[in-house]
Design a protein around this ligand. Sequence first.
Ligand code: 6GU
Length: 225
Amino acid sequence: MRIDILTIFPAMFEGPFTESIIKRAIARGYAEIHIHNIRDFAANKHRKVDDYVFGGSAGMVMMVQPIADLIDKLKAERIYDEVIFLTPDGEILSQGIANQLSLHGNIMLLCGHYKGIDERLREHYITREISIGDYVLSGGELAAAVLTDSIIRLIPGVLGDETSALSDSFQDGLLSPPVYTRPSDYKGWKVPDVLLSGNEKEIKDWNYRQALERTRKRRPGLLNG
Ligand code: 6GU
């Protein structure tokens, strides 16, 4: 899978993909991430990418031309399954959306800033709009990094059996049960006996009951449906 990220702050993507599962997925060829600086496409000598809002309201808006030229260039090179705009007024990201997107070949992620992007970009290029939650970030970059991580780890083969996505919180609609490692007794704090019993059926039942209980207590809304 190939993910193209369009941003005015490319340096914000230097960290998030260079460790752990995502790093390994890229090294093994499961995913490619390409970062593009929108400013490089500004057709004016000051490399300006934003301008005042028509109609007088305060704030700046990202201009059509630099983003349109960048998207046109990428679309001339390959076919994109989705051109996604990260925006607080988008559909809220869920595990279901991440699952859908992980099946695609090529996707583009556009990070917004200031008051937003010129509406004509949304009308003519954007196929999907995603938010990562009901709070305000300074821009779409961190949201794009979150979305990218959530997608890449779901690409078949990226996670081994041990870290299978099937045991993740939300993948089965439940939160994960508590987990423990050695020692089985730390200064009198003991691991539940059942987990040391070796009885696979009892352990499986215990984990399921714990997941259900945790979900009921913390996120009851997840159980309706
Ligand atoms: Cl995608 N962008 C911004 N600026 N803020 C957000 C967001 C996106 N998702 C949640 N908050």
